[in-house]
Each structure stands twice: as C-alpha cells, then as structure tokens.
Design a binder for this molecule. Sequence first.
Ligand code: ZN
Length: 409
Amino acid sequence: MRRVGGRSFLKQGFVAFPLILDHELVEWSDALKSAVCRFRRTGSTSARKRARHGGTCGVSACGRPVGTISPIRRLSKRSLATILSLLATCLPASADLIWPTPNPAFQNGESIEAYVQPTASGRVESGLFGCTRNGGSRFHEGLDLFPIKRDRRREAADPIYSVLPGRVVYVSEVAGHSSYGRYVVVEHDGEVPAYHTLYAHLASVAGGITPGARVDAGTVLGIMGRSATYAIPKSRAHLHFEIGLRLTDDFQAWFDRQPFGSPNHHGKWNGMNLVSVDPLDFYQSVRAGRVANLLDYLQQLPAAARVRVHSRAVPSFVRNFPALVTRPYEGRTVVAWDIAFTQYGLPKAWTPRFAEERLPGQPGNVRLIAYNPTLLETQTCREVVTMAGTTPTISPGTIGTIRKLFGFR
Ligand SMILES: [Zn+2]
C-alpha cells in the first residue's frame, strides 16, 4: 500500500450537509425501511414461523451441510418440499453454510433462547451482535452460542465447525494473548467477498488446524470453551462467533504508531483490524432466501454514512475485496474514494473518484458527504457519525478505521 506521508495528515474537510439528495441516498432510505422491518421481526413469532417454513437456502444444522439426512429427517413433508424448491433457486452461493456448533435449535426455527448465551445480566439479547450490552452503550462484535454437550467435569464439550470451506489463516493458541482467548480464523476464499469467520474462547484447537490448512464446511476446528483474558465461568462457556473482513494487510504499521504497552501477537488477525456483520441476521437472511451470499447481504444493508477520503492509494482492502468496488478504476488516476459505511462501521461499498472529475480537496482530506439521520439517531453505540449538537461529524471510531485503511498517520 502506498502511504501518504506527513504528520497529522488526516484532516476532516468541510462537512457537506444537509444531505446530498442524490440517487444513492434515495436507495439508502428504501434500504433503511426494510432494515427497520427486519429488526422488528427478529425473534418474533412471524420470524420463527418463517424460519420453520422458509426453507434452508443452504443453512443446515448440526455442522452438516445441506443434503445430508439428519436435519431433513426432522422436517415435515411440507417443509421438505419448500426446502427443495428453495434449494433449486438458491443453491449456487453459500450452499454449504452450516451452523458452527452441534446445536440444531437455529435450524429448527427455535427462539434465540435455545442457542444464545447471555452475559451475567441474563438478558438473552446481550449475546447478540450490536449495541447489546451495558444498556446499549457497549458494542458486541459477534454472536455468543452456548454448548449442548458437557464432559464429566461439566466443561463445554461441543465441537466447533468451520461454517464454509476455506483456509485456516490464523490460530492463537495462547489464551492470555487476547480477550478472544484461544481463537481460530478461517478465510473463505471461495466466497465473494473472501470474508473470514472467527471462532473464539476455545478450550482447545483441533490437530491439523494450523495456518494454511484447507478445511471444509463441518471440519472440526476445536472444542468450545471459556478461554479469555478475563474469567468466564463454566456455566457461561460459549463460542464467540464472528463474520467479517479485515481492514488492512499493513495493520502492524498502524499498531506500531499506537501507545500500546504490549506487542501485537496476532498480526493482521488482531481483533482491532477486523470489522463484522451481524452473524445471526446474515444466517437468517440466507435461510429465508433474501440473500445468496455476503455480497448480496452487504448490498442490502443500509448505509449509515458516506465519506470521501482523498488519497491516490489503492488500499489493501480494495485489492482484497474487489467486489465491494462499484466501478472499474484500472488505468485511471484515482484521487479519492467515496466509502459507504454500514451502521457498525464496515466499509461496504467503495466508489473511486477520478482526477478528471476535478473534486475539491487534497490528499488526506476526509469529508462527510452523506449520512442517514434516521439510522444514526437510533444508534446507541459505535456511531459512524456523531449526531451530538447540530453538526454531524465523522466519529473518532470512523477516523480510526480510515487511518487503518489508508495508512494515514
Ligand atoms: Zn462474544
């Protein structure tokens, strides 16, 4: 990655608001409406009914890919017919996506109480992704799943499965090196974009699960546990499961500029370099046939803000996930990128801007060009844009993400 040099080069440019009412923004409003709708339905009776009768679209239970006998045997003839018709239409992508634990509850359409591990608060929502903790002020970047098997010492004993075929890219065996505890990251290089899944708090990592190893959907990565840098009681052992993208391949350079007193043990697979989507919402969307893969999913997620970053660099994020770029840029002089961020800060769509467009601004300028007030006003943590006062500003968290993406100092 080319780096823009200089001290404090990152400056927020003049913030353009009120909203730029262009075509894209109109699309955002539509997406927003459907997002609110989905949110309300989550966990409701209608969602459970849909889950029961909506087919699988590639999501299966018990770590077994769709097409094996066991999950289907539990279903009625009517459900089976629905599944088969849906499979015909949505088999091509994410067809092998399976659940990461042996608990069949999600596949059986049961409520989240049947598989989600809450924090000590006991509120089941606290195990979900999003602003689910400390009264909504604290972000949880994954989905917590409890065990259905215990050994003689009452420790969790569930095997943890890779949810798709892929390649092991990182294994952290030392529990004390991360709040993830012992964790494994698998990159799904057959998917578009080539996203990763992350499996944390493991008790142990399975033999042969080392960086570079190929895995299938259903390959055992390790055993569920409660490893972390803090104490997780036996009763709350769980899998912390993430689906996401890494921000940069040059994470170490960013890390070296921070005043941290401890080394980076995890290379680019440090949690600070990973951005995620809501795993449960993704699974529900795939199962219901609303999306076929992560690209579809990201495209239908509403954007919370669009930010213009002036830089002639092509970040590693763009090279790693070219499907998120909205138009070709090869052979042209890129002077800026318009980046649409999801509600929780994932840079989901990148539009290159070219020299001949004569945009005002110079390298290092960052400008808020559109934001989604309805979405941001309901957000209680992790704001992409801070709505305090009358002037919406790009949040410190988003500025941090942009520094990692572009290598700005
Ligand atoms: Zn968690």
